[in-house]
Ligand binder design. Sequence first.
Ligand code: KG4
Ligand code: ZN
Length: 344
Amino acid sequence: MRVLGIETSCDETGVAIYDSEQGLLAEALHSQIAMHAEFGGVVPELASRDHVRRLLPLINQVMQEANCAPSDIDGVAYTAGPGLAGALLVGASTARALAWSWGVPAVPVHHMEGHLLAPLLEETAPDFPFTALLVSGGHTQLLAAESLGDYRLLGESLDDAAGEAFDKAAKMMGLGYPGGPNIAAYAERGEVGRFVFPRPMVDRPGLDMSFSGLKTYCLNTVQACGGEEGMTEQDKADIAHAFQEAVAETLYIKCRRALQETGHKVLVMAGGVSANLRLRERLAEGLGKMDVAVHYPRHNLCTDNGAMIAYAGCLRLLGGELQEDLHIRVRARWPLMELAPIAS
Ligand code: KG4
Ligand code: ZN
């Protein structure tokens, strides 16, 4: 089975073709980061308009690269939520129109299920059941993933998502958008131990998390160093280091606790923040001692992309997901736990 996947939930236009026998045939991505950077974050209307401009050329590009004619495509998967409503509508209406005209099913995909399944595209793919840490710009969740579509929430951030906290901390230091990769780069030059940030909610039982206090702590430290204008490059690096350590340590502690609860021996980590090398290192170091294997996607599949949507759509079609009517629906908010299990 061959599926065209379309991702337009936020600031990346992603398109890919996945074949259940041959794997990923082609993928293309246009990032809007440069366009939004001057505003310090994503401007929804600009995002939607740019998806309109980019999507069809990217679809043509992957169809050519994969040497596919429309008759070779068995389904069109698209991100139906959660995300920016206008941006989602661009992908949903394009996907539905193509699927209708090609006479194939259109498959709505949950963006976070796309992230969750991305590590399964790797050669050493983990099997269900596993414990999952989803860490993106909008979500920080720990789940027990029993089978495709059967996800149980174990804990989540009660305020900011980890990626959002990275972005806001970076903004305070004038490091630009998106903050995660910039904080990570500065952190490499940071002095170990000059600042120690708190590990929020680790001394309380349970698996919920909170990152907004860390953000306030960061702001106070930035101000103590003279604010964005007054601080030196070394101050920025030292704060970035302390911030990244605190996030990595907090996520590690919560993952360890989640694994003790589920008894799983596999942790799957996905979403933009899973690209963070220090977080990967901390999890490997700590969870390796518990004999837990940690899986994450290759670097370019951590952040938003079309491949994860094509793959999730293909698994759902193979699992016999029923077709919806022709209405085009998107959901800006959509809890992952509302998905129903799909027979494998
Ligand atoms: O999954 P994603 O591309 O979009 C959402 O679905 O939200 O995640 C984007 C988030 C941003 O907050 C970005 O700062 C963060 O992922 N991110 C990182 C890194 N690369 C991206 N955070 C920490 N370290 C990174 N290397
Ligand atoms: Zn995402």
